[in-house]
Design a protein around this ligand. Structure first.
Ligand SMILES: *[C@@H]1O[C@H](CO)[C@@H](O)[C@H](O)[C@H]1NC(C)=O
Ligand SMILES: *[C@@H]1O[C@H](CO)[C@@H](O)[C@H](O)[C@H]1NC(C)=O
Length: 193
């Protein structure tokens, strides 16, 4: 990242932290060094990607670990835009949600916008549309890079094969899975119907 992008990165960071906390959708990891060289899903198609996804794993740090039951519901808004409706349960047991919109800005990359926050990029490393999606974002600041990673599945309780396929997309891109945390999903979660 160029020095000229620093302020953008800082604004993006602030937006990701605040926006994601509001959304119960934060999956962040801070490490030294540069971002990995990733490959996005080049033939990504937003249409079969619509619908409900369950967050199964994400990067996390201790103070965010309370958010669980994370769901993302993507709906067609027309004009190439997708409505993003994220829901979760807070550490206090309350339902929380946030609605935004996204559109594809380059193959496999969406720009996600929540009102009042700086837009954030969402890289689809891989998805088969029917089982898993491996979503990632990374940017550099000084000697550090900030990584966001989410493993989403169509099923509330996916098979181990599906989880393995989703993880493979991260390992194929040199992304460390050791720091992934499982997101609780269960029938006591406050999902939207
Ligand atoms: C990333 O990949 C591109 C294209 O293959 C290559 O030119 C570049 O040197 C790589 N960068 C790093 C840091 O590996
Ligand atoms: C989704 O997973 C099921 C069960 O593992 C498999 O039969 C199906 O082919 C997968 N779908 C795609 C698009 O790969």
């Amino acid at each position: 990242m160029s020095r000229g992008s620093t302020m953008v990165a800082l604004a993006l960071l602030a937006a990701l932290i605040s926006g994601s906390e509001a959304a119960g959708f934060l999956g962040r990891q801070v490490s030294q060094g540069t971002c990995p060289n990733i490959t996005n899903k080049e033939d990504f198609d937003a249409v079969p990607y619509l619908g409900r996804w369950y967050e199964q794993e994400r990067y996390d740090i201790v103070f965010q670990s309370g958010m669980d039951c994370v769901n993302a519901i993507y709906s067609d808004m027309g004009n190439g835009y997708v409505e993003v409706h994220n829901t979760a349960r807070t550490s206090y047991g309350d339902f929380t949600d946030i609605v935004g919109q996204a559109h594809v800005v380059e193959p496999g990359v969406l720009l996600v916008e929540f009102g009042g926050y700086v837009p954030a990029l969402y890289h689809v490393l891989n998805t088969d549309y029917e089982n898993f999606s491996s979503v990632y974002n990374c940017f550099e600041e000084g000697n550090y890079h900030w990584q966001y990673a989410w493993l989403l599945t169509r099923a509330q309780f996916p098979s181990e094969e599906v989880i393995a396929a989703g993880r493979q997309a991260f390992t194929d891109n040199g992304i460390d899975l050791d720091l992934f945390h499982v997101t609780y999903q269960g029938d006591d979660c406050p999902y939207l119907s």
